[in-house]
Structure formats: C-alpha cells, structure tokens
Ligand binder design. Structure first.
Ligand SMILES: C[S@@+](CC[C@H](N)C(=O)[O-])C[C@H]1O[C@@H](n2cnc3c(N)ncnc32)[C@H](O)[C@@H]1O
Length: 192
C-alpha cells in the first residue's frame, strides 16, 4: 500500500526530515554552484530548495503533500525560490522542458518501485534539452523489504535511465546522514 505522505506530515511523523539541507548537496554546491532554473522533486519542507536558492538558482520545490508545501511557503524567502503543490507525475504543462537542473533527494526512493519508469519520464519532461539531473540515490536502506525508502541497485539505475539520460559522473559522497554512510550514490546525468 502506498504511504499517505500528507497524513504523515499532519501527524508530524516525518523521520526523513532532518531540519537542514542534505549534506551531500552542500558538499556539491561548495565546488559547483548550480545556476539557472532548478526543480526540486518531492521537496518536503524545502530545506534543499532554500540551500539552492542561497547559491543563486531560480528554484521551484514541488511536493504533493499540502502540509509540507504550506510550511515551506510560510518560511521567510531566501532569494529566488517558489513552491508548488503538485504531483511530479502530472506537472503543469508550463513547467515542461523548462528546467536546467533537477535535484533529487529521497523522492525516487519514496516512490513505488513499479512507478520508476514514470519517475524517469517525469524528470525528462521537466528538463530542457541537455538539462541535468543531479541525484543522490539510496541504494541500500535498512529494512529493505518494507519501503519506503525502497532501495535500488546500480544496475537498475543504469537500465532505468539509459534511454533518456547520459551518465556524466557517478561517485560516493563524502558526507552522509548518520546511518546512510556507504549506502548512497551520487549521479550526474544529462538528458539526451
Ligand atoms: C522521504 S520524503 C523526502 C522529503 C524531502 N526531500 C526531504 O529530504 O526532507 C519524500 C517526499 O516526496 C513527496 N512525494 C512522494 N511522491 C510524490 C509525487 N508523486 N509527487 C510529488 N511529491 C511526492 C512526499 O510528499 C514527501 O514529501
């Protein structure tokens, strides 16, 4: 059964929320500030949205949980960031082909593995031609059988994205939340 994300936000039962931007994103931004239009999929309370905006991007955070978006919108703006209540599988047409970057952190692993090809399609639809997906994938979460988070193998990632994306770089991040060390992989991919 799919998790009711809105219910979890309403109950303040959000163990995934660490109250700060993703350490690997900050690690990446310190050497490679992203510019242009950036989409953050499954942005939750928007910590990564605000970190990206601080580094100069024009950032849109999207999530389909109204309580997450409401909280994100209630925070003082950092720079050029906005939030949108929407399902990433049904992004409004005006957002199609409009992003230079998509940032992924714990949205892919939150989605039913049966829908992964739809996820790849949704990201490709949002990106401009040659746009890039920067992603951290949770390969091997604890409690693998009962996601979310759902794990994924490197081979599955290769297969899933091969048709629509070119893998530019993959690496093990230096920073990680406690408990996730060595369980994650960063990927930089470009839309074909
Ligand atoms: C594990 S949480 C991670 C939230 C945020 N990235 C963070 O690190 O705090 C997964 C998020 O993805 C959102 N989500 C899941 N499926 C979605 C979909 N189809 N469209 C938009 N948001 C979705 C959930 O509402 C939830 O906020």
């Amino acid at each position: 059964m799919e998790l009711d994300w809105e219910q979890r936000y309403q109950a303040l039962n959000t163990p995934w929320d660490k109250g700060e931007p993703t350490p690997v994103l900050l690690e990446f931004l310190s050497n490679h500030p992203l510019s242009g239009k950036i989409l953050v999929v499954g942005c939750g309370y928007g910590h990564d949205v605000r970190a990206l905006a601080k580094h100069g991007g024009q950032v849109v955070g999207v999530d389909f949980a109204p309580s997450a978006i409401a909280l994100a919108q209630s925070l003082p703006p950092i720079a050029n960031e906005t939030y949108l209540l929407a399902d990433i599988f049904h992004l409004p047409k005006e957002l199609h082909s409009s992003f230079d970057w998509v940032w992924e952190h714990t949205c892919f692993c939150a989605i039913d593995p049966q829908k992964r090809s739809h996820y790849v399609e949704a990201v490709a639809v949002a990106l401009k031609p040659d746009g890039k997906l920067l992603a951290i994938f949770f390969l091997n979460p604890p409690n693998l059988e009962n996601g979310p988070p759902y794990g994924v193998t490197v081979g599955e990632l290769d297969q899933l994205f091969a048709k629509q994306f070119t893998l530019l770089r993959e690496w093990q991040p230096k920073s990680a939340y406690p408990g996730r060390e060595g369980r994650e992989e960063m990927r930089l991919m470009q839309k074909n």
